[in-house]
Design a protein around this ligand. Sequence first.
Ligand SMILES: Cc1ncc(COP(=O)(O)O)c(C=O)c1O
Length: 465
Amino acid sequence: MTDDSRFRFAHDLPPLDAEPAVREAARALVEAVRQATGRRTLPAARYTAALETLGRVRGQPLALPLLASGDGSGARVRLADGRPVLDLVSGIGPYVFGHGDPDLLETAVVAAASDVVFQGHVLPGPEYARLAESLARHAGPRLTTVWLSLSGSMANENAWKTILQKRAPADEVLAFEHAFHGRTLAMAALTDRPEYREGLPVRETVHRVPFHDPTDPHSTQKSVDSVERALAARPGRIAAMCFELVQGEGGFNDAPPAFFRALMERCRRAGVAVWVDEIQTFARTGELFAFRTLGLEDLVDVVTVGKILQGSAMLVSDDYRPRPKLVAGTWAGASVGMAVGARILERLEQGGYLGPEGRVAHLAGAIDRAFEALAARCPGAIGGRSGLGAMQAFVAWDGDPAHTNELIACCLEEGVLFQTAGSRPMKVRLLPPLDLTEEELDSAFAALERAIRRVASRYGLPPHD
Ligand SMILES: Cc1ncc(COP(=O)(O)O)c(C=O)c1O
């Protein structure tokens, strides 16, 4: 991180919640709300009816039949019908300190009580300035421009437009097999899931590059060759290559730094923008940015972040600064999201989470040990492991989707929430809160073991007792 005198806002105008009287009032409100939510429970039949109604209103059921009560602490969350659940996926990533974190809630309450609920790019408030400044400070000297937005997909749209403007008339893109970059029209084209764009008029401007295959010693060369072929076939037409440094929805696939470096260097030689989508990896791999964890900071032109930020942003180098009017919009984010996002960055930096000896690295080590012990107790049930830091996944048996989905359902009955990632093989993913305790990890793995044994005995899979 740089200590740059350009970044003055936080110093000149510290957050309002630093005022003791304001903080005390916020604490009282958060506590009153906590007490009130703790007293409310839906009877089982009403809970089921609420889920059914929600499914009807949405036109499809929720992916998992879960409604939260509003009451939780760390990885523990209480469902609206009173059942406790250990949440090991943090809402697909964003709940970095889990549920009911008093400090974040107090920060949110103060932001919610000041001026406006959402902020746009006209008359932005202190939360906007503080967050943008903090992001720019953490991104390092190359990525000088920050543009805030609401969702990860929107940050990616802004990034793609910015790249297209700079690289016009080039308008084609390299993206990995199994990539996921969001669900807007343009991002649905970059995402390697045809079922997510069924019926959409998508232009075929995406060239697929194989992701790293740890079983193939020639994997890096094969991917570089694939980039070479696309560059040769479409001279002057390829604007960017989009990278997920740990593929999220595609299966928590990770790769060594040398793999990315080889591809990024080739792109830069060809004038192709190196665009890193860190919507899911942000703050989970050891450093805030995975490109820093992997030592790739000299090669990145454009980065997008989301989820843990409680909003989203694109960061670009001087070369890629968009011309005025290209990216805009009414909203940049909710005041609450911006204030909490800035507070999260501050806590990650000051709370010892980052670096090779930081809390993220220690959590990854604890998860490794838990998997080793589980694999020893359940031989044959834990297939390949993948991921980095606090993004971890495993293949249950051989990754058959039916068995994996059933395992997730059994885990939920045992009181732990996991999710799937990828499809061939389908994996079980963990995106735990970064403060996950040893006791929570042990309970989660005990429940996982019970669920594995239940599914195994149903289908005659290992371990055979
Ligand atoms: C790598 C990546 N890019 C983009 C997105 C889209 O973000 P959002 O769902 O906030 O639009 C996601 C969401 O899971 C993601 O993991």
